[in-house]
Design a binder for this molecule. Structure first.
Ligand SMILES: C[N+](C)(C)CCCC(=O)O
Ligand SMILES: O=C(O)CCC(=O)C(=O)O
Ligand SMILES: [Fe+2]
Ligand SMILES: [Zn+2]
Length: 449
């Protein structure tokens, strides 16, 4: 049942082969899985909006033969003409740098041997020709020979469209933005552990939607660690390899009380905050303890539209965060983070915000203090609107997995009863490890993508 759910979060195969123009037309409409009749394994009505700004879906897989090849000596480019009449251009320097021969590449590691000191960045080309097995061979002026596979060249084409497609294939940066109407993608815990297709669908949805719910886990500790093993390894922090969210005496963190947790990302006190979070419900409170989540990227985009001044402030001011205590060992953390972190192109890449660990140290000149509070309030007001928040109550055996760089999560206060202690076990992972597993699974399930 859940597999069909995930098919909607994994890119539809038609997008993989569609032309750029067709893909743009597709994106202009709503994603096919965001509309239509209710699907059982989602919660709430269907409505998910895709971010319109990101690039194409994937590299066209169609095999293409090399029809003709020539060296453009003036421009120092090799031009490949493909069977369908299309052309690709490759700089001499790049081709020499990426020679695949055993002298230049350690095949067993897929790593470059050729040192930059041996690379002549002004090299010419003596001979370039197509071999009969769809390869391009080049003889360099020093008589070194390189042979490049046609499919490999096609993938490495320098056109804007091909580069964008390659970046999307490698990093899956396309995101589907959502609000309260999201039906959280849901999968079976055991299937994710034992079936590669299920695991791939899980990680694809985690990447694109930012949250996936797993059901059917045993009601005892150790499950978040098993899930982390499925990927690679978990991220150790001062709160331990895994950590127990319970109402504790002398709590070293507000999470370890029965109080309300307003929407936050975990661990902004670390400069490199954990990318992914797992929370496994072992015991739930009878009263209270519901979970809330919002799409922090989507909310930041809304802020940018509604209040550009506030967005500018939150994406430029570096805020101090602090965390002091003892757990795995003693700690005294300080960090400075932008609450809305954007990259050089202005794209939102991370949200860093936990009001509990925001420092009383506010490193701003007096006249910038009030504007900062105004901006933060504007962002928090947007994320707290009922139309933006998804609420659910975890039951024993449920695991929520989410993008801690993107989502903000919270918890309603609960009534603590000594005979039925609310207990969640949590763990962190990082995106590099999750993406590594995702690429491996994609290769195993779909072949060389
Ligand atoms: C849940 N816990 C205690 C491991 C971390 C809470 C997040 C934070 O303090 O930023
Ligand atoms: O108790 C919960 O439901 C969430 C706990 C939480 O957000 C945390 O431990 O950081
Ligand atoms: Fe948290
Ligand atoms: Zn070589």
């Amino acid at each position: 049942m859940w597999m069909s759910t995930f098919a909607r979060f994994a890119l539809p195969s038609l997008q993989r082969t569609a032309s750029v123009a067709a893909r743009q037309a597709l994106r202009a409409r709503r994603h096919p899985w965001a509309a239509g009749p209710p699907r059982p394994s989602f919660m709430g009505p269907a409505h998910i909006r895709g971010q319109q700004t990101l690039g194409s879906a994937s590299i066209p897989l169609a095999h293409q033969s090399v029809r003709h090849v020539r060296a453009l000596d003036e421009e120092r480019l090799v031009e490949v003409e493909w069977e369908d009449g299309g052309h690709s251009l490759y700089p001499f320097t790049w081709l020499r740098d990426n020679c695949q021969c055993p002298h230049c590449t350690l095949e067993s590691a897929q790593a470059r041997l050729l040192p930059l000191s041996d690379l002549d960045i002004h090299t010419g080309v003596d001979v370039v020709e197509v071999t009969n097995d769809n390869k391009v061979s080049i003889v360099w002026p020093d008589q070194h020979m390189s042979v490049f596979d046609g499919d490999w060249l096609k993938k490495h084409c320098f056109s804007a469209a091909a580069r964008q497609a390659m970046q999307e294939e490698l990093f899956l940066n396309e995101r589907y933005y959502w609000d309260s109407k999201l039906r959280i993608p849901t999968a079976d815990y055991q299937e994710v552990l034992h079936d590669d297709k299920a695991a791939l669908a899980w990680l694809l949805a985690l990447r694109r939607v930012g949250i996936v719910y797993l059901k059917g886990a045993p009601g005892e500790k150790g499950q978040v660690a098993r899930l982390a093993d499925r990927i690679g390894y978990l991220r150790l922090t001062f709160y331990g390899h895994t950590w127990q969210v319970q109402d504790k005496a002398m709590a070293n963190n507000v999470a370890y009380t029965s109080g309300k947790l307003s929407l936050h990302t975990d661990y902004p006190a670390l400069h490199f905050a954990p990318g992914v979070q797992f929370l496994h419900c072992i015991n739930q409170a009878v009263k209270g303890g519901e979970s809330e989540v919002v799409d922090g990227f989507h909310m930041a985009e809304k802020l940018q539209r509604e209040d550009p001044e506030a967005f500018r402030t939150l994406s430029s001011v570096r805020v101090d965060f602090t965390d002091t205590g003892t757990d795995y060992c003693d700690f005294m953390l300080q960090s400075k983070k932008r609450i809305i972190d954007v990259d050089a192109e202005g794209r939102i890449v991370r949200i860093n915000y936990n009001n509990a660990t925001r420092d009383s140290v506010l490193d701003l000149p007096l006249h910038r203090v009030q504007p900062f509070y105004r901006a933060l309030k504007a962002y928090v007001n947007i994320m707290n609107r009922p139309e933006n928040v998804v609420t659910y109550k975890m039951e024993p055996g449920d695991i929520v997995t989410f993008d801690n760089w993107r989502l903000l999560h919270g918890r309603r206060s609960y009534v603590s009863r000594p005979d039925r202690l609310r207990h969640l076990e949590g763990a962190y992972l990082d995106w590099d490890e999750v993406m590594s597993r995702l690429r491996i699974l994609r290769k195993a399930v779909h072949g060389d993508l």
